[in-house]
Design a protein around this ligand. Structure first.
Ligand code: NAD
Length: 259
């Protein structure tokens, strides 16, 4: 599969890159703003048999999307799958949030999926391709003090639903995968304290934090022909956490969610 993966240098994106690299005829454009870590993941993917191009870019830059999509066109002559996964987490109570902090969440977590998908639309419509964006449980369940993060992920989930409706006629599927609390470099600091980790795990019906490979499996499934009749869904990979959120987190006590 000819696939673009953003945020591929770390966590869920890196694991997704390796999952796709293990498949036959994998041709990957891996992109991130962290050059050394990206190069390491790219080398690992090549060792697994994939052809790999890398693009070092800040996904918040408007021009990044066309650079990334053109790389796939130039190197592989097409595109089957767009995995828009890069994301950043900034938490502050709404009353303390500055305008640039608010905007940053939408600039990194929401807008790039639209710009990438728009640029990739011609290639994806030729291949009957798939778009998968990484949402978040926070885009479904409001999670103070992550006000603008949660809002940016909720907007992303709706954006992808709109793509599914507008572009179904073009043969393009568009879905979200929304992780619950998942242990990655993004959240590692928050779970370094064993008591806090245990408290969080107690609120997850399946009893453990997610792992990047849990999310990568779901992304791979939605990209595969096995999901050919699935579009416009938001697949929660959260161990049931979203269904247990109220009792698990002591809503109203000021405790917060990560991710
Ligand atoms: N870990 C969780 O608990 C959790 C929960 C819900 C959703 N998510 C989402 O999963 C996705 C992946 O997160 P992760 O946990 O693997 O985090 P991570 O920090 O391990 O990986 C995120 C990657 O995105 C890259 N990135 C961030 N900002 C960028 C930018 N402006 N330009 C280019 N690259 C950029 C980072 O360099 C990093 O390699 C994110 O969209 C995140 O919001 C994570």
């Amino acid at each position: 599969m000819k696939t673009i993966i953003t945020g591929a240098a770390s966590g869920i994106g890196a694991e997704t890159a390796l999952k796709f690299a293990r498949a036959q005829h994998a041709e990957l454009v891996l992109t991130d703003r962290a050059p050394e870590k990206l190069a390491r993941v790219a080398d690992e993917a090549r060792e697994l048999g994939a052809r790999v191009e890398t693009v070092v870019a800040d996904i918040g830059d408007v021009d990044a999307a066309t650079t990334i999509v053109h790389t796939a066109e130039r190197a592989f002559g097409g595109l089957d799958v767009l995995v828009s996964n890069a994301g950043a987490l900034f938490g502050a109570p709404l009353l303390d949030l500055e305008v640039d902090q608010f905007d940053l969440m939408f600039k990194i977590n929401t807008r790039p999926t639209w710009l990438l998908a728009k640029a990739a639309h011609p290639m994806l419509s030729r291949s009957f391709g798939a778009i998968i964006a990484t949402g978040s449980i926070s885009g479904v369940c409001a999670t103070p003090p992550l006000g603008s993060y949660s809002a940016s992920k909720a907007a992303l989930i709706m954006l992808v639903e709109q793509m599914a409706l507008e572009w179904g006629k073009d043969g393009i599927r568009a879905n979200c995968v929304s992780p619950g609390s998942t242990l990655t470099p993004l959240t590692a600091e928050g779970y370094a304290d064993p008591a806090r980790k245990a408290q969080r795990e107690a609120g997850i019906p399946l009893g453990r934090l997610g792992r990047p490979e849990d999310v990568a499996e779901a992304i791979f499934f939605l990209a595969s022909p096995a999901a050919r009749q699935i579009t416009g869904v938001n697949l929660l990979v959260d161990g049931g956490m979203s269904k247990a959120l109220m009792p698990a987190t002591g809503a109203g006590t000021g405790q917060s969610q990560n991710g």
